[in-house]
Ligand binder design. Structure first.
Ligand code: BTN
Length: 321
């Protein structure tokens, strides 16, 4: 019922919805409506009650609400359990702790409104203020470790496709899993695996997407290379609606991968790839390889032809020349 009330208010942002209309919609008394509205306020929503007019909802887009996400979500099991915290160091670290300390079902999602020690690939920091989407998904795929490398591309395709609805199909991928719009990075993925030689035990997929956190508030070193959905689309988006599209897409591509449909993933990756057929350089920890990116192989490695040799690269940072 509470979600029904909220949905009605979301559909009329900044406008008064009468207690009577809400009572009619839900079949509840106006006192019961008032109680639900108070609970929504407790959950962080900015709702003003005006006597004789009704309830007005404002600035709801950055309120992460696991009940709302679950109401909107249409998945098999991804997001069946959602843990939401206002602040944590890193949702990947929280997810790891949870796996060590308790039974965590596959598909569990951990979301934080902000991270104080967000982590990026290659030991970098990940700036994670309120307004962005910072979350981790816990998976337990039964796989050989060798096949796990492809998961990086699977998740990149999934996130890029999941954001299409909000970006008029303008997302691209920089290998292995940076999400770009108009030449600027809007999101990234940090995959953390644990396993032994016999195979993978757990996988934490950490996803960071700049949504309503505008580049105007980025540090000067990030301002020229990064972007956010609000900067690209001009609209403040509902974080809950954005995460729903991304999670649904993650499940879709993850299922294809588990079924062995690697060709679908590879084809989509190639279609979305920012630098396929282009001249790139890639830093392999001090040793620079320059050449044309001729493709991606079935293990997810990047193929770079320097005119003499075709290199198969498993890790590094791509730069467009
Ligand atoms: C990158 O592009 O370097 C990857 C960035 C990944 C950031 C996300 S935010 C949620 C999760 N928790 C973290 O500490 N990192 C990932």
């Amino acid at each position: 019922m509470r979600q029904l009330i909220l949905q009605k208010l979301v559909e009329h942002p900044g406008k008064a919805v009468s207690g009577e209309a809400l009572a009619h919609l839900t079949g509840l008394s106006r006192v019961a409506i008032w109680k639900h509205v108070e609970a929504l306020k407790q959950a962080g929503y900015n709702i003003t009650g005006i006597r004789g007019q009704g309830y007005i909802l404002r600035d709801w887009q950055n309120v992460i609400d696991s009940d709302r996400i679950q109401m909107l979500l249409n998945t098999r099991n991804l997001g069946d359990r959602i843990y939401h915290v206002n602040e944590t160091k890193s949702t990947n670290t929280t997810a790891r702790q949870m796996i060590l300390e308790q039974q965590v079902p596959e598909g569990t999602v951990i979301i934080a409104a902000r991270q104080t020690g967000g982590r990026g690939r290659q030991g970098r920091k990940w700036h994670s203020p309120v307004g962005g989407l910072w979350f981790s998904v816990v998976l337990f795929p039964r796989l050989e470790l060798q096949r796990a490398a492809l998961l990086s591309l699977v998740m990149a395709v999934a996130v890029a496709r999941g954001l299409e609805k909000w970006t008029e199909n303008s997302c691209q991928i920089k290998w292995p899993n940076d999400i770009f719009i108009n030449g600027h990075k809007v999101g990234g993925i940090l995959l953390e695996l644990s396993g032994e030689l016999d195979g993978l035990h757990s996988l934490i997929v950490g996803v960071g997407i700049n949504v309503n956190n505008s580049v105007n508030n980025f540090s000067s070193d990030l301002r020229n290379i990064g972007t956010s959905l609000v900067d690209e689309t001009g609209s403040t988006l509902d974080l809950n609606e954005v995460i729903v599209s991304v999670i649904e897409s993650m499940e879709k591509y993850y299922d294809s991968f588990l079924k062995g449909d690697d060709n679908l993933i590879m084809d989509e990756f190639r279609e979305l790839c920012l630098h396929l057929g282009k001249e790139i350089s890639i830093d392999l920890g001090g040793h620079l390889v320059k050449g044309v990116n001729t493709g991606i192989d079935i293990n997810g490695s990047l193929l770079v032809d320097d005119g003499m040799t075709e290199h198969s690269i498993t890790t590094g940072d791509v730069h467009l020349i």
